[in-house]
Design a binder for this molecule. Structure first.
Ligand SMILES: [Zn+2]
Length: 287
């Protein structure tokens, strides 16, 4: 299998065993990159993982030339005004980085988070700094997976939803080299970037690069949307079937900022079928 200049794949289910469930799914979907959860996406439990499945998965992905990414629990919010949530979030990221090293992952994606209360915004960014710096230093020193911050769909005092807001976020960790960016098209659209207008995706990616610098973008979540631009709603749709539309994804797959960057869909699917169609569409749209 060729990984291509922009390998395309899917968020991939793992229930039943990391290797046992995910590798057949990778093959069925035509994936050239894989993203998995290593803990419940809506829980705080931190499972240790099965060493046999870890080894089989790592080998299976290496044999296929498929890079691996982890999506951290959706509960992670380093900006929370609730101290217990901040502590659990940091432990969850530490766990995901450890699991990522075990399965050969390149990156751990987490949502930028929100301050929840207007009065908590400054404290939230200090929390981000205090939680992330030790994790980034340790991961960098060990040569482990990078942490990848994903701007959110907006609303709820988001710390970063519009791509310009990644500037202060990166400044909060002194531009640490082990913090990359994951750009989610549905989130950016929800946050008010008009990706559907001709040149809109290109302009948004230009702004992203101008804000964070070349090479900081390490992963793309390619998702169409069920909602309108600026809705702050995060309901994903299959590529070309939603309000963003296929031409925007053609711009995405041709933008210089995505050269060499893996592209993962997190779209609705029946078993692997919807995902396989979206993977095929994105492969067709790349140069
Ligand atoms: Zn996403």
């Amino acid at each position: 299998m060729t990984t291509g200049a922009r390998p395309v794949g899917t968020h991939t289910p793992t229930s039943g065993g990391l290797a046992k469930a995910a590798l057949p799914y990778v093959d069925a979907a035509g994936s050239e990159v894989v993203q998995v959860y290593v803990s419940n996406s809506r829980g705080w439990a931190l499972p240790s993982g099965d060493p046999v499945q870890d080894a089989l998965f790592r080998t299976g992905c290496a044999e296929r030339g498929v890079p691996v990414f982890i999506h951290a629990s959706l509960l992670v919010n380093l900006g929370s005004p609730t101290e217990a949530t901040v502590q659990r979030s940091a432990l969850t990221l530490e766990h995901a980085l450890r699991r990522g090293a075990a399965i050969g992952a390149e990156g751990v994606v987490f949502h930028a988070g929100s301050a929840v209360d207007a009065g908590h915004a400054d404290a939230a960014m200090r929390q981000v700094r205090e939680a992330l710096l030790p994790l980034l230093d340790a991961a960098g020193a060990a040569g482990g997976p990078m942490l990848l911050v994903e701007p959110s769909a907006g609303g709820g005092r988001s710390l970063a939803s519009r791509v310009e807001q990644l500037g202060p976020y990166l400044e909060a960790v002194d531009g640490h080299p082990w913090l990359g960016v994951c750009f989610d098209t549905c989130h950016a659209w929800a946050a008010g970037h008009d990706l559907a207008v001709e040149g809109g995706m290109t302009a948004t990616l230009d702004t992203l690069v101008a804000t964070v610098g070349a090479g900081r973008l390490r992963l793309v979540h390619a998702n169409d949307s069920k909602d309108l631009c600026g809705s702050t709603r995060d309901r994903h749709e299959n590529i070309g079937k939603g309000t963003i539309g296929e031409p925007a994804f053609a711009e995405l797959m041709r933008h210089p900022a995505t050269a060499g960057v893996p592209v993962v869909v997190e779209t609705p699917t029946e078993k692997h079928v919807g995902h396989a169609a979206d993977v095929a569409t994105l492969k067709r749209l790349r140069p």
